[in-house]
Design a binder for this molecule. Structure first.
Ligand code: A3P
Length: 326
């Protein structure tokens, strides 16, 4: 569809919605209506932002892309990747490590957020190589050059019932005048109607490609990382081509990375427990909202057995024959 003169000259309207996005299927229920953009539920503003990222973002071959579905441990993965990759510059045990004074969300920027039609991509272009960048986009929506240039991707997924509960808590903090109950969040989630959803499409896209390109896409699970963080920190370092030396291992550097990036440590830091940041584009979010309980199996305190069974069976059905178990 042709762009209006207003869009050509100024980009999307104040609401952030061009003619292309305004014709997409729309559904209400979350804090604002979502549109179905290339098979993925987004706010209209996020869809505009993704369009900009898809056409204008210029990957570099040595970019490291951290990819997650929201509430799967993005903040943790950002902290870990930043600490591991930059450990020769920032001593993990030092008193002035950046993680002590900056929110992990701010140390590793998103490709598609804050809204890139308002906040230019140049912010990413000035970052030194190797860049660590994050995305919530499904693989199929990533700017295609990420794959053609062979950029390494770390994907982190999480048990869907825990993602659902985490999402529910988080969404109720998005706007003061918006409240969604757990039952409605559950119904939406089961229908695949959640931000960047459906979650099963998200996980499957990365899973299948990680089978094809295991050296380029590392597929991780939150619960496995929680169970054995040391093993996963070493695995991450290997994959990111900065393995720990024997000297580092015997000096306890791996354990120190785990400790620095642990939930309890990060949650307790003033930079993460107070204040707010405008990371999405139009919504200031409390810094503490990214650190809630980090409890594996937290769904047991929130979902009925019936709800758990229903979501489990949907996930099993959607993942069948893929080899992926969430
Ligand atoms: P809960 O809501 O279950 O507590 P994201 O970073 O993708 O938004 O995911 C947020 C979830 O990761 C929250 O889960 C949060 O508590 C948890 N989390 C944040 N930091 C973490 C860390 N360092 N280690 C483990 N989990 C962490």
């Amino acid at each position: 569809m042709a762009q209006t003169q207003q869009e050509i000259e100024h980009g999307p309207s104040d609401e952030g919605e061009s003619q292309v996005v305004s014709t997409l299927p729309t559904r209400e229920g979350w804090w604002k209506p979502f549109v179905l953009f290339q098979g993925c539920w987004l706010t209209p503003q996020a869809a505009e932002s993704v369009k900009v990222a898809q056409t204008k973002f210029q990957p570099r071959p040595d970019d490291i892309i951290l990819a997650t579905y929201p509430k799967c441990g993005t903040t943790w993965l950002k902290a870990l990747a930043f600490t591991i990759v930059h450990r020769s510059r920032y001593d993990v045990a030092s008193d002035d490590h950046p993680l002590l004074t900056r929110h992990p969300q701010d140390l590793v920027p998103f490709i598609e957020m804050p809204y890139r039609y308002i906040h230019p991509l140049e912010e990413l272009e000035v970052l030194p190589t190797p860049r660590i960048l994050t995305t919530h986009l499904p693989l199929a929506l990533q700017p295609s050059a990420i794959s053609t240039l062979g950029c390494r991707v770390v994907y982190l997924c999480r048990e869907p019932k825990d993602v659902l509960v985490s999402t529910w808590h988080y969404m109720n903090k998005v706007r003061e005048d918006f409240h969604i109950d757990l039952e409605m969040t559950f119904e939406f989630f089961c229908e695949g109607f959640s931000i960047f959803g459906p979650i099963w499409e998200h996980c499957l896209g990365y899973w299948k490609q990680s089978m094809v390109e295991p050296d380029r896409i590392l597929f991780l699970k939150y619960n496995d990382m929680m169970a054995d963080p040391i093993k996963h920190v070493k695995m991450l370092a290997e994959f990111l081509q900065v393995p720990f030396s024997e000297e580092e291992e015997s000096a306890g550097v791996v354990e120190e990375v785990v400790r620095l990036c642990s939930f309890n440590n990060l949650k307790s830091l003033p930079v993460n427990s107070s204040g707010a940041g405008d990371r999405i584009g139009d919504l200031p979010m409390e810094n503490s909202a990214f650190f809630r309980s980090a409890k594996v199996g937290d769904w047991r305190d929130h979902l009925t057995e019936e709800m758990a069974k229903k979501l489990d069976s949907i996930i099993v059905d959607k993942l069948k024959n893929s080899g992926l178990v969430l």
